[in-house]
Design a protein around this ligand. Structure first.
Ligand code: PLP
Length: 310
């Protein structure tokens, strides 16, 4: 973890950042994937459907364990993403035109070839792996009184929450996600897993559903998170710019949601605070345009450019 003097000045409290942007695959998901793969018995290989940070993590962890890794994706996935997953040592199976079609290909590989599916968040070994972040943060800084955790499917938040609460029952745990298309936030409000429409976001790693048949991460997040805070795209952009200009760190929108919420005054903290910079796998041309204050397109919407603090 590293301190942020800038955020300490903004919040009036010591502020710590856990740099998961330094992981081999550029994101924390290596922890959960590695733990889940190590817990497997004798299998001929593993399969997953993610083309993002989870897909990279599974490819990397499986290859390192000497296992075959297959990543299933639809024909709509851009060639650059396909190439990157292949370069990490995974086989790519392309099927159909949707995530559901890709999932069918994965189901078939599980059934016919005995591959083990490694899910991105709703799995005890994945949650436990992500939870090691919470253990390390409190080992480094036992006086942390608030953790602000980027939230999507909730594997990260569930694992970190279990670890942190078991070390400090009084710790305040806040999940932060984007205002539009946040399935976990909507599900917690509804009291059960619900689907939301996916929309383009600077925090693209926080997109996607939690699964209507969610078995683990929803219940844990609902029970252990004290609050869930939502941030807008402009606030996420401000958070990314604060990280870049004030702390000289390049991080994904998903990594900047704690900064976004604090700088927007949506969270007030009363003691030493920590957050997790979860990943840095960015479209760098988009990132550059954001940092110099240019307008960018998010789906069919324009996010007006601005430079933080001006
Ligand atoms: C997956 C991911 C998250 C969210 O983790 P969940 O376990 O799905 O809540 C946050 N940031 C990055 C960079 C991610 O890849």
């Amino acid at each position: 973890m590293v301190p942020s003097p800038f955020m300490e000045k903004q919040t009036g409290q010591p502020f710590w950042m856990k740099l998961e942007i330094g992981q081999d695959t550029g994101a924390f998901k290596l922890r959960g994937a590695t733990n889940a793969i190590r817990a497997l018995g004798d299998v001929p290989g593993v399969v997953c459907c993610s083309t993002g940070n989870h897909g990279r993590a599974v490819a990397h962890a499986a290859t390192r364990a000497g296992l075959r890794a297959v990543v299933c994706m639809s024909r709509l996935v851009p060639e650059a993403k396909v190439a990157r997953i292949r370069a990490m040592g995974a086989e790519v199976v392309i099927e159909g035109r949707s995530q559901d079609d890709a999932q069918k290909a994965a189901d078939r590989l599980v059934r016919d070839e005995g591959l083990a599916e490694i899910p991105p968040f709703d799995h005890p070994a994945v949650i436990a792996g992500q939870g090691t972040i919470g253990l390390e943060m409190l080992e480094n800084q036992p006086d942390l009184s608030t953790l602000i955790i980027p939230l999507s499917g909730g594997g990260l938040a569930a694992g970190v929450a279990i670890a942190a609460r078991s070390l400090n029952p009084d710790i305040r745990l806040i999940g932060v996600t984007m205002q539009n298309g946040a399935a976990m936030a909507a599900s917690i409000t509804a009291g059960q897993p619900v689907e939301v429409e996916e929309v383009a976001s600077l925090a693209d790693s926080l997109g996607g559903g939690i699964g209507l048949d969610n078995r683990h991460s929803f219940a844990i997040c609902r029970a252990l998170l004290d609050e869930v805070v939502l941030v807008t795209e402009a606030e996420i952009r401000d958070g990314m710019q604060a990280l870049y200009y004030e702390d000289a760190l390049v991080a994904e929108g998903a990594s900047a949601v704690a900064h976004a919420a604090l700088l927007a005054g949506k969270i007030t903290v009363t003691g030493p605070t920590g957050t997790i910079l979860t990943g840095r796998n960015l479209d760098m041309s988009m990132f550059t345009r954001l940092m110099v204050g240019e307008d960018v397109m998010l789906g069919d919407k324009v996010l007006k450019g601005r430079i933080y603090g001006t």
